[in-house]
Design a protein around this ligand. Sequence first.
Ligand SMILES: [Zn+2]
Length: 129
Amino acid sequence: MLNFDSRSIVSAAFLLLGGILLFAGCSSPDPSQAKSSGGPVSSSAGEGDAWKANLSEDVVQALSELPEADRSAALAQKTCPVTDGPLGSMGKPVKVTIEGRDVYLCCDGCEKELNSHPEKYLAKINTPN
Ligand SMILES: [Zn+2]
């Protein structure tokens, strides 16, 4: 029973550590300066609108439909590995988990292609640019 207890303590510690890291990563030295772009930006919740920079309105709209965690991942991936088109350009990106990885596709039409050649497309994601 000691074993069970120590395992839950370890996972709690990891959660705590993750929370601290996340918090440290998000907090900037001077939060009042972080959002200085003084535009008519509507109520930006928490993280702000920095991710929208350099994205077209359509893409912003599509990515806004994703949960925050998925959106960050889709932004990191940037393009659909099947079409090489920007994620969000065809509407809300489609999330597919393949070989243990979350992959974002521009549309569900690409899912079949991804499933046909997973290694080819996963390799493209693994090597950005
Ligand atoms: Zn597609």
